[in-house]
Design a protein around this ligand. Structure first.
Ligand code: NAP
Length: 257
């Protein structure tokens, strides 16, 4: 498939997991990809792999909590590849403090939308996909919180922050989709269930952790990064030209129950 021939994407969180799979998928479909991550070496590594396969790619060290840096990353994308058609607002953390989680998982997405929508609108249009979560639609079960931690009063903080941030991402998705619809910028979110990435390793590596998480998904297994990337690549492509403002579960049925 070459749905993205001649297009350029900026992918945040591209050093690892879902972001890396997004970069690979877009590149396979002909897109030039700027791989951005706070892990600059990891972003370089993803870009090097894409270049090796003959794709157009580059890397940038980017902290999504820095609004100016996101604006500059978009400018660099246009300088390097001559266009800016797709933004994957994907970088995120799990298990952080309230402040870090809101800064990275919610404000980071907001800055991407703010600069991304404006620049895309100025240039005639584009498409943005935000990585939310099933935690953007429901409260999470199967997290690291133990009854003991809850009794101590602190255990729910990380999960609550994550769920609040991801619900916020779904809200931002709807609002920016409505605001920029007439300017030819589409904005959608994907809501993954539990995916096999470094982020979920602490949950999976607990005794019985993987089996428990698998039991939450009617499909009976965890998702793979490539399965999230393929849904994101669909939403950002012209195949989804009449889809905007949705929060698409890609979750093996997690939210169907
Ligand atoms: P991952 O493998 O940990 O990848 C996340 C990447 O984002 C890492 O390279 C991380 O760098 C980077 N990052 C962290 N803070 C950043 C910042 N301030 N600026 C730029 N980059 C930053 O996690 P993943 O599972 O692929 O998660 C990707 C997205 O999917 C996240 O938004 C996550 O919330 C969402 N999600 C994941 C799952 C899942 O089950 N895995 C489910 C639902 C939603 P460091 O490693 O150096 O921190």
């Amino acid at each position: 498939m070459d749905r993205y021939e001649g297009s350029t994407a900026l992918v945040t969180g591209a050093a690892s997991g879902i972001g890396r799979a997004m970069a690979e998928r877009l590149a396979e479909e002909g897109c030039a990809v700027v791989c951005a991550d706070i892990d600059g070496e990891g972003a370089e590594d993803t870009a090097a792999q894409l270049l090796e396969k003959g794709s157009r790619a580059s890397a940038i060290k980017l902290d999504v909590t820095d609004s100016t840096a996101i604006k500059e990353a978009i400018e660099k994308t246009i300088d390097e590849f001559g266009s800016f058609d797709v933004l994957m607002n994907n970088a995120g953390i799990a298990g952080g403090s309230w402040e870090d989680t809101i800064d990275i998982n919610l404000s980071g997405v907001y800055y991407g939308l703010q600069h991304g929508c404006r620049v895309m609108a100025q240039r005639g249009g584009g498409s943005i996909v935000n990585t939310a979560s099933v935690a953007g639609l429901n409260g999470l079960v199967g997290t690291t919180v133990t009854p003991e931690e809850l009794l101590q009063g602190e255990g729910a903080v990380g999960t609550g922050a994550y769920t609040a941030a991801k619900h916020g991402v779904v809200g931002l998705t709807r609002q920016f989709a409505v605001t920029y619809g007439k300017l030819n910028v589409r904005v959608n979110a994907i809501c993954p269930g539990y995916i096999v990435t470094p982020m979920t390793a602490p949950f999976r590596e607990r005794e019985g952790g993987t089996e428990f998480l698998e039991s939450l998904h009617p499909i009976g297994r965890l998702g793979e990064s490539e399965e999230i990337a393929s849904a994101a690549a669909f939403l950002a492509s012209s195949d989804a030209s009449f889809i905007t403002g949705i929060a698409l579960p890609v979750d093996g049925g997690y939210t169907a129950r």
